[in-house]
Design a protein around this ligand. Structure first.
Ligand code: PAF
Length: 294
């Protein structure tokens, strides 16, 4: 008996113009396109998005572009991990059909001076928390994601829940554009509970030990919720109690009603709650979150 092994060869396109043409061609053939936007330095969290996009669509495509518009800190942009060769191999092994890259100028061909790109405001879900500590970050995300959606014209786009506020902002964008369907996928964690992040590779072993305090803090908030606590103040305090360590700087450890986003901490008891944390450990900034009422 003959065994046939099917090897999918991933197409690697260097420019958004080529990607746009290829995606339009796929759509004209009736294919559904599942899209995973990334900034590279891929880990199992990204690959879980590709697996989901692959399973739910005829075609799965991804982008790798480290978007300078969403880095308010140039040092963070420069230090962002880059490993294109490994990224391409991982995407291909995961069954991605096409990946594209591009430069800022190629994403905004109509702009002659890249300092003058029209930045789209993130909208109401961009206010508070991330905005306070990374002003302009979510505006930059919305601006590039809009271009990426216009390039691909996806049926569905896949985002990790770890970037919770980002998922709210891109869901607003998709609603306003009339597409795509946004699929928010669960955070992938190490056995220790630490959320996978491209930035984790920049942590020293000691710093990683500190980073591993984030998840227990989120679990403390969930435990408080399960014991009947509904006060936003006290749920937040349950987290900060766990984050009191030398070398770990808490930017925020707060709860929000995920269905009624507020820039500030809500003042009345919650019916639904999302606990959100951002910390700095050395030069690395990490974020994580957990739904408390599920
Ligand atoms: O989550 C990310 O990796 C980035 O914010 C995204 C969505 C690829 C936009 O640059």
């Amino acid at each position: 008996m003959q065994h046939v092994i099917l090897i999918t060869v991933m197409l690697h396109l260097e420019s958004p113009i080529d990607a746009k043409r290829w995606c339009a061609d796929q759509r004209s053939q009736g294919q559904t396109l599942g899209f995973v936007p990334t900034m590279g330095a891929l880990h199992k969290g990204h690959l879980s998005l590709v697996t989901r996009a692959r399973a739910q669509n005829g075609i799965c495509c991804a982008s790798i572009f480290i978007n300078p518009l969403q880095f308010e800190d140039h040092g963070d942009f420069d230090a962002y991990p880059r490993d294109t060769e490994s990224d391409l191999a991982l995407l291909e092994a995961q069954g991605c059909d096409m990946v594209f890259m591009g430069s800022l100028g190629e994403f905004f061909p109509e702009v002659s001076d890249l300092a003058k790109i029209d930045i789209l405001p993130a909208g109401p879900h961009g206010s508070g928390l991330e905005e306070k500590f990374r002003p302009g970050h979510l505006d930059g995300v919305r601006t590039i994601v809009e271009r990426l959606f216009r390039t691909v014209g996806p049926s569905s786009a896949y985002f990790g829940e770890k970037d919770f506020q980002q998922t709210l902002v891109v869901s607003d964008l998709a609603r306003e554009m009339g597409y795509p369907n946004i699929v928010v996928c669960p955070t992938v964690r190490e056995d220790s509970g630490l959320a996978l992040s491209s930035r984790n590779v920049r942590l020293s072993p000691d710093e990683k030990n500190l980073a591993q305090q984030i998840y227990p803090a989120l679990l403390a908030a969930r435990e408080a919720w399960q014991s009947g606590e509904r006060s936003p103040d006290r749920l937040s305090a349950a987290m900060t109690g766990h984050l009191n360590h030398d070398g770990l700087i808490v930017e925020y450890a707060e709860v929000r009603d995920p269905t009624h986003w507020t820039a500030q901490l809500p003042q009345t008891p919650l019916e639904r709650a999302q606990a959100l944390i951002a910390v700095r450990i050395g030069s690395v900034r990490l974020i994580d979150n957990l739904r408390l009422d599920q």
